[in-house]
Design a protein around this ligand. Structure first.
Ligand SMILES: Cc1cc2nc3c(=O)[nH]c(=O)nc-3n(C[C@H](O)[C@H](O)[C@H](O)COP(=O)(O)O)c2cc1C
Length: 507
């Protein structure tokens, strides 16, 4: 009968697609969900049309809007990341609408085949990390865009590997996250080793900090700097959490915790108990290793910061860098009230801390790193103008390697294999292919940051000041960023010597 032939052909086709999906290495979703995974691509293709009539707009969806995600996906795949027909934003009616003020005589970015063109679009940091305190291994970071802390455990092994390989390709730094250093971190990318309250990778049998184990690990790995984590924006005031579903044999070995049980780090450090002891700890780690040492924190109560700055200006001790994370930052798992309501959003928190340093004249001595949804050209410029010397990005590189914002990191069921330890889900993620995407994303972000800086008449984003940006208030009023954040002249910029040096480096 003819219809048996039809059924036979359809089944054969489906089997063929199934086999192809299973063995191809480009799309994690298809490897993990053969055949039905194609529906995602189909829906993605016709999504804009569907949404226009039925569902959400381009600027809806959180944490990242469709426009933002599309920008990351297209830059990561080296596809056309331009948008057509003009802005669909309500510029006049939107509160806090950012305008970057262009120069009448902008500097153009060299195109391919023109002298000075570099396809990697390098932007070195305007400051040398660790220089002020004369650390033996002080260095100038090669990229102002680096990957923020995300642990192995929270992310899968292939995801960490893809990010590390991508960092090597893009010439940027890879922050290990607080979960210790795994074999997945060792694929050529330079590391910032993050030390949280669990001291994973440098803890003794009682879970306390062990200097001996710390030094052993520093000696064995490509570590360029140490970051002591006080808190992160998405869960400030509570320690790290890795749900039991993600604590596999390998994760348990690296962290020294039981398999399958929730791995919860304490809320606070046992190695120090206030700013004074923190500075001693920083100096000890720096003296033992020669590495620059900094802290990462979200911003809440201010006395800690006032005391820290007072101590830094009156004693011969200092942190080399400060990473400020905003309350809108990401996490593998956090209680909702903490994600939504604890810790100031980045612009509030960062500017408060920066002002304290600037008022004491300490801002030029410290490298400031910003994090929380800064991995887009416009938000990055905002951060640089506020005084960031570098930005650290986390969820944006996750999207570059395949994350679809399913928001299931806390369940262990991430469908793309990025934030899970489930073997079936992980097997679809090919670290080599995704490494290239991650590097493309970073390089293209740097390219647009450079384009914007040059549009504003400067050769480096660190030279963009508070008067270059204006914020519209939705009622035909506006303020410069300097006004709005109460920044005096020179705030937000590196020292005059650093400005001269970075200008000549960029040439
Ligand atoms: C899956 C995941 C794991 C994270 N793990 C850590 C961590 O181990 N330590 C830390 O300080 N921050 C951690 N973060 C926070 C990020 O480093 C970053 O500060 C935050 O997500 C803001 O950056 P983003 O908006 O670019 O994602 C994690 C974030 C995510 C999404």
């Amino acid at each position: 009968m003819w219809y048996w032939w039809v059924i036979f052909v359809v089944c054969g086709l489906l089997l063929g697609i199934f086999a192809y999906d299973l063995f191809q290495r480009k799309h994690a979703i298809l490897r993990n969900f053969p055949i039905i995974g194609h529906f995602r691509y189909l829906l993605e293709m016709i999504g804009p049309e569907l949404r226009q009539y039925i569902v959400t707009g381009n600027d809806e969806e959180r944490p990242f809007s469709r426009d933002q995600r599309r920008w990351v996906y297209t830059t990561a795949k080296q596809k056309n990341s331009y948008f057509g027909f003009g802005s669909d934003n309500e510029m006049e009616q939107t509160e806090n609408y950012l305008i970057l003020k262009h120069s009448a005589f902008p500097l153009s970015l060299p195109h391919a085949s023109e002298p000075g063109y570099d396809p990697n679009h390098p932007i070195p940091c305007a400051k040398t990390l660790g220089a002020k305190r004369g650390r033996a291994k002080a260095f100038r970071p090669a990229s102002v865009v680096n990957v923020s802390a995300m642990s192995f455990g929270s992310l899968s092994g292939p995801a960490v590997e893809a990010i590390n390989r991508g960092c090597k390709l893009a010439g940027c730094l890879h922050n290990t996250g607080e979960g210790g250093i795994s074999s997945h971190h060792l694929h050529g990318g330079d590391l910032i080793w993050q030390i949280g309250t669990g001291y994973f990778g440098c803890r003794d049998a009682d879970g306390k900090f062990s200097l001996e184990r710390f030094k052993e690990n520093v000696a064995r790995h490509p570590i360029r700097a140490i970051e002591i984590k006080l808190s992160q924006g998405a869960k400030a005031g509570v320690g790290g959490i890795v749900p039991g579903a993600k604590v596999t044999q390998e994760v348990s070995q690296i962290r020294g915790v039981p398999v399958g049980k929730d791995c919860i780090s304490p809320a606070t450090h046992s190695a120090f108990d206030g700013p004074d002891a923190l500075l001693d700890f920083v100096e000890q780690l720096a003296a033992e290793t020669g590495l620059p040492v900094g802290i990462k924190s979200a911003v809440g109560q201010m006395p800690f910061w006032s005391e820290l700055t007072q101590l830094m200006s009156s004693t011969n001790r200092a942190v080399d860098f400060i990473s400020i994370d905003g309350g809108e930052g990401g996490s593998g798992a956090a209680p909702l009230a903490f994600s939504d309501h604890v810790g100031l959003p980045f612009k509030w928190g960062f500017s408060r801390v920066y002002r304290l340093f600037a008022e004491l004249g300490l801002h030029e001595d410290v490298v400031f790193i910003g994090a929380a949804k800064l991995g887009f050209p416009d938000s990055a410029m905002f951060a640089f103008a506020l005084g960031c010397d570098m930005i650290a990005v986390a969820r944006e590189p996750m999207m570059a390697i395949g994350c679809i914002q399913a928001q299931r990191c806390h369940t262990g069921h991430c469908p793309t294999g990025v934030a899970t330890q489930n073997r079936w889900l992980i097997h679809g993620l090919d670290p080599t292919d995704k490494a290239a995407r991650m590097a493309n994303y970073v390089v293209n972000l740097r390219k647009e940051i450079l384009m914007l800086s040059r549009t504003m008449g400067v050769v480096h984003p660190g030279l963009v000041g508070g008067d270059h940006l204006e914020i519209l208030n939705g009622r035909f009023g506006s303020n410069t960023l300097a006004d709005l954040f109460d920044y005096s002249s020179g705030f937000g910029l590196p020292s005059v010597e650093d400005q001269q040096e970075i200008t000549s480096l960029m040439k």
